[in-house]
Design a binder for this molecule. Structure first.
Ligand SMILES: Cc1cc2nc3c(=O)[nH]c(=O)nc-3n(C[C@H](O)[C@H](O)[C@H](O)COP(=O)(O)O)c2cc1C
Ligand code: SF4
Length: 642
């Protein structure tokens, strides 16, 4: 089983021990444009887990190409020692190490002060609102030398290869994309820049493997590929492009983009050269199938490895049910966009490899009761049981997953909910956690279990506004997600924009045959979601014909209509026809049991997740994990905590 995945692969001068690849991804574990100790620990964890190849993140070849303050400076003298330290931690595990050579051209994610944006031609770009200047001939030659210098530095650091980023409409792709290259000089020839870069890199680092990354869904890349591949040792395929909202969603596609999304586009790029393909491959069995079908020669499983660095080892040992599977929530890339260190919703140790070691078996086995089986409670139960404690998990609903399970009723969240539940079901089994669903826990019920410590992860409930809504039937978005039916009605969804509940109910109600208006009370639709999910939601709702009223805050309801006011001009009010009003106006924490136990007992209490104040699943999992660690060490001294 998984024979192909664990067959070595030759890429130019380098042999990969297997065909699982961690493709380039920015970690924001970079300080002063050099790898930090956390960077080393992050990649070593993945190497120790058995990944065949790590391609280090987009690394600037020139000061004008520093994407963010946390971009590696591949052109600097200091990078040689920095990359050398990474190599010393990664290569001893048998993992091969490449680095991605990068210049974004007109794509600039950095906030002010931005360097001047440079591109083949002065074509403004929408997503980052950048207005570039056309590169002059001598600047182009200097950039080519930058690639060569960065490659020479990689070689001096002992790396095994370099990959030139020509995907996602970054600088090399801007040269070979006709609409973006309007030059009349010799650099107007589409592949000239990239061929010059490839030649310079080859000359500067002849012993290294050399590859190019392209976007498989780019027509321009398809046309350029035959000329380019003859000069390199491998091709790496990704999806998407940086300059548009929809295109950027493709770079790190979340569900419901189907699994193995890359598989459908590799055909035109196949040839005698090795092809690495990445995008939404999360399952080693599927990865093996892609290899068997000849779709690619190696499989990028980047987020799958961000979630579970041990994926290759578990797959090789046939422990597939033990995988912590990526749910595609994109919190990882959200951290990059926010300029904060990489993290993973499901694996609180990602990016914290040095700070948060794996649980050790406790010297003293305690009885830990966890109340609430949402992400915080599940993480607490998993962590405490992994440390050897006896754990009893109580959940009011008849299923685990909390708010994520509720959201799973909507197509956009179904996979996230399903996969998260599957991951934790396995962890609960492994930890021999006693799970009681349908169990309404009051203080007496909790104390009857004689706990040494209690973790309260009791979540949140919808906010009820103090407004006169007597004129229409008003229900909470959560009720729609729970199956509250409605057909053929005029529905207004009042959405504060901070979470997905309003979008999800608008989607469901529209599909059920209602005429839906989504009244969004924030500056942008889905403001609190990660931008790629927001983009997909906007696409989905516009296509479905949902009417979207922007900047509209709920103020009241009369018979047959809902009154909203403009958040920027509150004197501008609009009446929207409605016979059903759906409220998605945020959440408030559940506190009842916290107060009951704190005042009526001296049991050691720990709180985690939304009951502290509602936030995302990422905080819930982290806090659940930390609460369980403290609960495992609790003495009988009262230690409520946040
Ligand atoms: C946090 C993050 C940062 C990324 N940065 C880069 C990058 O520096 N260069 C690049 O070519 N792709 C980058 N990507 C895209 C990944 O290499 C990969 O193509 C994408 O995540 C899809 O593969 P997956 O579904 O296996 O995660 C990044 C992805 C993530 C999640
Ligand atoms: S944060 Fe979400 S998408 Fe990113 S690796 Fe973790 S589970 Fe996957």
């Amino acid at each position: 089983m998984l024979q192909q995945l664990f067959t070595p692969l030759r890429i130019g001068p380098v042999q990969l021990p297997n065909r699982i690849v961690s493709t380039a991804h920015q970690t924001t574990l970079v300080q002063d444009h050099l790898p930090t100790a956390d960077f080393l620990a992050y990649h070593e964890a993945r190497a120790r887990g058995g990944v065949g190849l790590i391609v280090l993140e987009a690394t600037a070849v020139h000061p004008s190409g520093l994407l963010t303050p946390h971009t590696l400076a591949g052109y600097s003298d200091e990078i040689v020692a920095g990359l050398g330290r990474v190599a010393a931690r990664v290569q001893p595990h048998g993992t091969r190490l490449f680095v991605q050579l990068f210049h974004g051209g007109r794509e600039q994610i950095a906030s002010a002060p931005r360097p001047p944006a440079l591109a083949p031609s002065p074509v403004p770009t929408l997503r980052f609102h950048t207005e570039p200047r056309a590169l002059e001939g001598h600047e182009i030659r200097s950039l080519v030398q930058g690639y060569a210098r960065a490659a020479a530095n990689a070689a001096a650091a002992g790396l095994d290869g370099v990959e030139i980023s020509a995907a996602h409409n970054y600088l090399p792709a801007q040269f070979f994309t006709p609409e973006l290259n309007r030059r009349a000089d010799e650099w107007g020839e589409p592949t000239r820049f990239l061929l010059a870069v490839v030649a310079a890199v080859r000359e500067a680092a002849p012993a290294l493997a050399l590859g190019i990354r392209l976007s498989g869904d780019s027509e321009a890349a398809r046309e350029a590929a035959p000329t380019l591949v003859r000069q390199v040792d491998y091709l790496s395929l990704a999806l998407g492009e940086s300059s548009t909202y929809v295109g950027s969603t493709g770079i790190v596609p979340p569900p419901p983009v189907p699994e193995n999304a890359i598989a459908t586009v590799t055909g035109p790029f196949r040839g005698p050269w090795p092809l690495i393909a990445a995008s939404r491959v999360v399952d080693p069995v599927e990865a093996e199938r892609l290899l068997e079908e000849g779709r690619c020669d190696a499989v990028g499983m980047t987020r799958a490895l961000i979630t579970d660095p041990e994926l290759p080892r578990k797959a090789r040992e046939g422990r597939l049910e033990d995988l912590l599977r990526c749910i595609g929530c994109n919190a990882c890339i959200a951290h990059y966009h926010a300029g904060t260190p990489i993290a993973c919703t499901q694996n609180p140790r990602t990016g914290r490899e040095r700070m948060l070691p794996a649980p050790e078996k406790a010297r003293e086995r305690r009885r830990v009761v966890v109340v609430g089986a949402g992400p915080a409670g599940l993480a607490a139960a998993a962590e405490a049981s992994a440390a050897g404690h006896r754990v009893h998990l109580l959940e009011r609903e008849d299923r685990i997953g909390g708010q994520l399970a509720r959201a799973g009723a909507a197509p956009m969240h179904a996979e996230v909910a399903r996969t998260l539940a599957r991951n934790y079901e396995r962890l609960l089994v492994l930890g021999e956690v006693e799970v009681s669903t349908g169990a309404e826990a009051d203080a007496a019920a909790v104390l009857a279990l004689e706990p040494d410590a209690v973790v309260l992860a009791i979540g949140a409930r919808p906010y009820v506004p103090d407004l006169d809504l007597a004129g229409v039937e008003a229900v909470q978005a959560w009720e729609i997600l729970a199956g509250h039916g409605s057909r053929g009605r005029n529905v207004v969804v009042a959405d504060w924009g901070g979470d997905a509940a309003g979008l999800a109910s608008a989607d469901l109600l529209n599909a059920a045959g209602n005429v839906v208006t989504l009244a969004v009370g924030s500056a942008a639709l889905g403001e609190g979601l990660h931008q790629y999910q927001r983009n997909l939601y906007a696409q989905r709702l516009y296509r479905a014909g949902v009417r979207i009223e922007h900047h509209a805050e709920l103020v009241g309801a009369d018979a047959g209509s809902v009154l909203v006011r403009n958040v920027f001009a509150p004197d501008v009010e609009t009446a929207l026809e409605a016979d059903l009003l759906v409220l998605a106006l945020g959440r408030v924490p559940e506190r009842g049991l916290v107060e009951e136990l704190a005042s009526g007992s001296d049991v050691a209490l720990f709180e985690a997740g939304d009951c502290l104040s509602p936030r995302s699943a990422e905080e819930a999992v982290l806090e659940g994990t930390l609460a369980a660690r403290r609960a495992g060490q609790a003495t009988d001294v009262r230690s409520p905590s946040g």
